[in-house]
Design a protein around this ligand. Structure first.
Ligand code: C5P
Ligand code: MG
Length: 209
């Protein structure tokens, strides 16, 4: 017999608490909204340095096509804004312009995809930022069908986030952190681009060179 009173420790991250919610509901016969398996969905990865226009382009794509858009950075910032313990750790890493642990980002993206109803296709921006993120996503969820990569000069990649920082209140849109974000980007993106190029999935788009 399933329990009636289920206590859930909510002093944890949004995704950990949510997983306990799901377990409690599914033990009582609740069905997820998703009627198809995520394995059958079409996934597009959208890549580019800070300020290269990922978010802006994705907004326009969503106006034209039936596709659900997530930004890995936005999902992480929502976790930080929740004030959870996990969020506090993430905030430190993000202020340093470094990558947060792969399983955290992947968990947030997977939850978001599952919650998106029965969307058949997804645009995921700012992911993968290093090759293992991509390989794990494809192993656990589904292979992507195409990778859009925005190429942008460093001047533009510095100018746009600085401009955005005047109003965005993002803790990482300042000169010092943007430089660190460049560094992380240059260090970890090459293997990602090479991998998807070999797979024949990479589409390079000039966006401010
Ligand atoms: O893509 P965006 O610029 O919004 O990412 C902000 C920060 O979130 C990155 O600098 C990094 O610290 C973190 N991030 C990550 N892994 C990703 C995407 C973002 O660690 N796949
Ligand atoms: Mg963005």
């Amino acid at each position: 017999m399933s329990e009636i009173l289920i206590k859930i420790d909510s002093d944890r991250s949004i995704s950990d608490v949510f997983q306990d919610n799901c377990a409690a509901l599914e033990a009582n016969g609740f069905q997820p909204v998703t009627t198809h398996s995520l394995k059958d969905s079409k996934v597009v990865f959208v890549l580019g340095g800070p300020g290269s226009g990922k978010g802006t382009q994705c907004k326009r794509i969503v106006e034209r096509y039936k596709v659900t858009h997530f930004s890995a950075g936005d999902l992480l910032r929502a976790e930080v804004a929740s004030g959870s313990e996990k969020g506090k750790e993430l905030e430190e890493t993000m202020k340093e312009g470094k990558l947060v642990p792969l399983e955290v980002t992947l968990g947030l993206i997977e939850d978001a995809m599952k919650r998106s109803g029965d969307s058949p296709s997804f645009l995921i921006d700012g992911f993968p930022r290093e090759i293992n993120q991509g390989l794990e996503f494809e192993r656990l969820i589904t292979p992507c069908c195409v990778v859009l990569s925005y190429e942008c000069s460093e001047e533009v990649m510095m100018q746009r986030p600085l401009e955005r920082g005047k109003t965005s209140e993002r803790a990482d849109d300042n000169e010092e952190t943007i430089k660190k974000r460049f560094h992380t980007f240059k260090e970890s993106m090459m293997p990602v681009l090479n991998y998807y190029d070999k797979e024949g999935k990479l589409r390079k788009i000039n966006d401010g060179l």
